[in-house]
Unconditional design. Sequence first.
Length: 203
Amino acid sequence: MTKGYHHGDLRAALLTKAEELLQASGESGLSLRELARAVGVSHSAPSRHFADKAALLEALAIEGFRRLGNTLDAAATIEGRSFVATLHDVAVTFVRFSTDNPALVELMSRYRQGDVTSELRHARAASFAPVAALVDIGLSKGELAGEARTIGTVFFATLQGIYVMSNNKTLDPLDDELIIDVVDSLLNGLAPNPHARNEPHSR
């Protein structure tokens, strides 16, 4: 017997509480039985929505990608702003999402491309789609030079490094100006260079 939940919102309540437990004690402290106790429902209630713990964790990751996508979509809206200002907002938004939700982001990062369900694969792709569109705009405006996938990889790898350094307290405190300065330095390397030559790298 559930306590105060309608059929349609128990799943959302379970996911919200599961994320709290994940943040507090990690994956080892998260179980369907403990989740049921924390939400105040029968021990069998979570199994109606999640077949097992693995299914619960995947649902949490999907929800994480959905939330990340929504925040990146808002930050990547370029109307009325410069490309660079928009990219600054995207960078700050991504790093702040990561530092605010470290356990969730770690869970999201655990899934590899080859071993995920189509739902998770779609959620992950959709979450980064706004930034991919912004990179395309940067290329079309001549703000960036190179191949879109490579640019996106370098951009997010750089932001991931900032996030990891922040979590390790290598960067403490982490301020938005630092994130923006790093992005500006990165843009200097990604900007078109009319004097660049297609030469093999020296060894």
